[in-house]
Design a protein around this ligand. Sequence first.
Ligand SMILES: C[S@@+](CC[C@H](N)C(=O)[O-])C[C@H]1O[C@@H](n2cnc3c(N)ncnc32)[C@H](O)[C@@H]1O
Length: 294
Amino acid sequence: MSRPPPPAHAPDAVHALVAGHYERPDLERAILDALASAGKDPDRLTAADLAPVDEFHTGGRPATLEFAQAIGATQDMHLLDVGSGIGGPSRVFASRYGCRVTGIDLTEDYVRTATALAARVGLGDLVAYRHASAVDLPFAPGSFDGAYMMHVGMNIQDKAALCREVRRVLRPAGVFAIYDLMRTGEGDVRFPVPWAATAATSFLADPGEYRRALVQAGFAVVGERNRRDFVLDQFSRIAAREAQDDAHGEVRPLGIHILMKSDAAEKRGNVRHAIEAGVIAPVEMICRRNASSA
Ligand SMILES: C[S@@+](CC[C@H](N)C(=O)[O-])C[C@H]1O[C@@H](n2cnc3c(N)ncnc32)[C@H](O)[C@@H]1O
């Protein structure tokens, strides 16, 4: 599919807009209050208690569990989480597989919240988070056994720079796994969506553009799955649960609406509409850094 390239934006200006879209200074407090309202004791939390709120991507925790299997996570791995958000996926890799995970994220409120939540669930020794950009990683070459990125590429215009930078910090033959919403058909996306208020910070690309950037950077794409049906099924399950709660007059204090703020319902509706219309789809790509490239 050929589309005109988007206009180039100054990276720093885009970074500020992206971080501004996500930031919420009272986030940790809001999550702890919601947990308390949902009947959880904030002083005795487990990683599983956080699942409704800390997986900021389509498919939620079930998607992360299937993604971890596709990556082949093992206890001896040190993984980089690119755009770690408030840390849900990293805590799954640490608590279920024993991996060490370092997350980086552009949004300082998220880095702070991720660090605080990891300490609360007793994972502070296995996971750590830093404020950084995916296209300028603060790590030495070959620092990680693997890297992954969940629903972050939609905010990154320069996919080539992203892939080069991830390749640089991976050891030879290290895995790089991507789970992003990608453009799969013609048509407009309605805004706002969970990752952007307007088109100014939305850089959807089609799977071919990802593959080209990956191969040029020195990766082999070894697996690819379109997760549309899986995610639409998850959406239906959530809608059924919510309808049941509504029927019983129950409120849902805990959920990613806390991260999406006041227009959460509109953002969710727009992303579901775009997936159902075939304009975008959640796509998983599993890649290996070429052993031979410098
Ligand atoms: C939709 S959230 C996904 C968070 C997390 N990966 C998850 O699945 O729960 C997108 C995240 O990407 C981060 N992000 C966007 N652009 C980034 C960049 N250039 N470098 C680092 N993080 C970025 C945002 O701050 C936000 O936390």
